[in-house]
Design a protein around this ligand. Sequence first.
Ligand code: G6P
Length: 369
Amino acid sequence: AMAEKGGFRHFMLKEIFEQPLTLRNTLSGRVIPDTGAVQLELGIADESLKKLERIALVACGTSWHAALLARYWLEKWVGIPVEVDIASEFRYRRLLLNERVLTVVISQSGETADTLAGLRQAASLGSPVLAICNVVGSTMTREADGVLYTHAGPEIGVASTKAFMSQMTALLLFALYMSQLRGTLPLSGQKRLGLELIGLAETLNRIIDPVRRSVQRIIESYYEARDFLFVGRGLNYPIALEGALKLKEISYIHAEGYAAGELKHGPIALIDPDMPVVALAPQDSSYPKLMSNVQEIKARQGRLIMIGTEGDTQLAELTPDLILLPKADENLLPLLCTIPAQLLAYEIAARRGCDVDQPRNLAKSVTVE
Ligand code: G6P
């Protein structure tokens, strides 16, 4: 059994470690290595992509977190309005869709019942549908007008890790491609991001082991907690949600992800030494605001685990429990921050003796409503 897990104790850990390769596979043939230019074959005519007035992103679970993240990139680079929906809500709303609205369904399996129903609803209203899927030939890929495969390879662990990495990467490529088509981002900026994405595989490769060691040291004094809060702002808010989801899925610890600016509207009432807070605090444009939210947590005796940037000396004044990541373009930071978020959940669950690969009550793909 160890052999099929490549020497790792669990499939989830193997899949976390595979992510540098996953990133490369998702980029392969789509970013020109010398120039950084993005080329995609989406199966939807460029002419109709140019005329779009809005994009609707639809997904469940971890795939929904990838959708939340994509909204920031698409709005920023393409300047197009984006709505993001949980598929089980989307399918029953009165949908205001037409041929000028692109519906993008995001699904690892391509079989999730609610997401598939959302695809069908959108198609029936004349909305062109793009499926971002991992499983080749899955139902969504057959029914959508266009497909962007994520190429993560088979994912065995029920808690999604490398598939999430590949979804974020595919959505980044899609946003860059759209900005290229519509001329909304200078080509130089777009190519620089393409090249940085290629370089990110090497960065991920370099950080996974040291991040894991930091996480292992830190969790010794946290793994028995009953509740956890994950906070982030901007691009790292969806990663806070994903960190909390991973933790509850596999360790059965109650965890919530929150936009840090929303703490004062409720969750701050919960802060005490018994509820650890994981703060995603890399040095991006939302950093100053995030740090003032963290000060409020600190002032209420909150215990902090902080995920930040190497060389940031302010963090050590707040907590000894730091996980430091290298500097990167702020648009790519969520991909980096995902690694410690996944490893925190994994190491805590393993330390608690949980069945990491087969968590109770959960299925890899939910094909009934
Ligand atoms: C299940 C899985 C999750 C996954 C979600 C959506 O709940 O346990 O890991 O994120 O379904 O699955 P999909 O295949 O549509 O991405």
